[in-house]
Design a protein around this ligand. Structure first.
Ligand SMILES: Cc1cc2nc3c(=O)[nH]c(=O)nc-3n(C[C@H](O)[C@H](O)[C@H](O)COP(=O)(O)OP(=O)(O)OC[C@H]3O[C@@H](n4cnc5c(N)ncnc54)[C@H](O)[C@@H]3O)c2cc1C
Length: 302
């Protein structure tokens, strides 16, 4: 017998939600399948009766400028996100994060919706979205709502979504303004796949030599992807100097919960890497924020 009984290709959000609700057994949304199929195959996911493929729904694969900001469909393949001029301009941290996920084959099918819904604390796409203050548009059979990405988690591998009654339609991100920029950095084991030893995304706004607003997310720094608000406070209102970075590192080491994990890293090594990543990621965003030119802003859909 196969690993599932029904594979339904949905052509609209309503069709996908109906198929999930009508399934006579456990049903799951499938996008790229790079997490879900491995989990089913390797016994980490309970048996599934129906898979509902959402990758042919036009709304879920669009990347576009909208009146409220940048929209990225939850089932747009990562390879399109990486090369989208809109994403590269308005959400550099996200383009940089997606470019590092897996290899080309994985990026051609894997999606941002899957990266978020899989709910790993160091998922690269999720960490970038949180630093960029993204909200997820979520559909169920009653309608739609928008919720900050950072609120979509219950614990490691546990999203707050009802897997048989809800799906992420797409993500809404604020547009980049003059003096704003973002960056993503991570450290992987050289032969590693899937999850970073440590990753970090920084979004900041710079006026002259002062950071006037900043968001930092890093993983794994706890059971769910999260912002490091004390670290942000240590840098806000300062120039990106050695002194400010040293104070921010003290705050980071106090608020991040680093664990030793058998296949990736000791907690001590993560603490060491935190200093390197904090400096590199903040400085990348700081330098970029100082070099933004308004005429470089793309306005077309991609
Ligand atoms: C070789 C390899 C390397 C990888 N490298 C990395 C890496 O470097 N960094 C990293 O972060 N990840 C990595 N991953 C993990 C994976 O590729 C990503 O998490 C990917 O973004 C998942 O997207 P997907 O479309 O394949 O999700 P799927 O496997 O299709 O789905 C994953 C989960 O999300 C749910 N889901 C999917 N879409 C939605 C939606 N729109 N709404 C609600 N629920 C949804 C599914 O039901 C399932 O539970 C790697 C995986 C592999 C196999």
């Amino acid at each position: 017998m196969g690993r599932w009984q029904v594979y339904h290709i949905a052509h609209s959000v309503a069709d996908a939600l109906d198929a999930l609700a009508r399934a006579p057994g456990p049903a799951r949304v499938i996008a790229g399948g790079t997490d879900l199929l491995l989990d089913i195959e390797q016994g980490r996911h309970p048996p599934v009766h129906t898979l509902v493929d959402i990758t042919r729904i036009p709304e879920l694969t669009a990347i576009a400028l909208r009146p409220d900001g940048l929209y990225i469909g939850a089932a747009a393949p990562l390879s399109r996100i990486v090369t989208s001029p809109l994403v590269v301009h308005h959400a550099q941290a996200l383009a940089q994060a997606c470019a590092l996920i897996g290899g080309p084959q994985v990026r051609n099918v894997a999606t941002l919706g899957g990266n978020v819904a899989h709910a790993l604390p160091a998922a690269d796409g999720a960490i970038a979205l949180i630093a960029l203050d993204a909200t997820a548009e979520i559909a169920d059979r009653r309608g739609r709502r928008c919720q900050p990405v950072a609120e979509l988690y219950r614990g490691p591998g546990r999203s707050a979504l009802d897997p048989q009654g809800e799906l992420i339609v797409g993500f809404h991100l604020p547009l980049r303004r003059e003096g704003q920029a973002s960056a993503f950095r991570r450290v992987m084991r050289p032969q590693g796949v899937a999850i970073a030893i440590l990753n970090m995304a920084v979004w900041l706004e710079r006026q002259g030599d002062v950071i006037t607003a900043i968001r930092i997310a890093a993983g794994p720094t706890g059971p769910v992807p999260r912002r490091l608000t004390a670290t942000e406070q240590a840098l806000c209102g300062c120039a990106a100097t050695e002194t400010a970075l040293a104070e921010a590192l003290t705050a980071l080491l106090a608020e991040a919960h680093f664990r030793s994990s058998p296949h990736r890293s000791s907690a001590a090594y993560r603490r060491h890497l935190a200093a390197v990543l904090l400096r590199e990621t903040v400085m990348a965003a700081w330098d970029e924020a100082g070099s933004v030119r308004a005429e470089a802003v793309p306005t077309v859909a991609s």
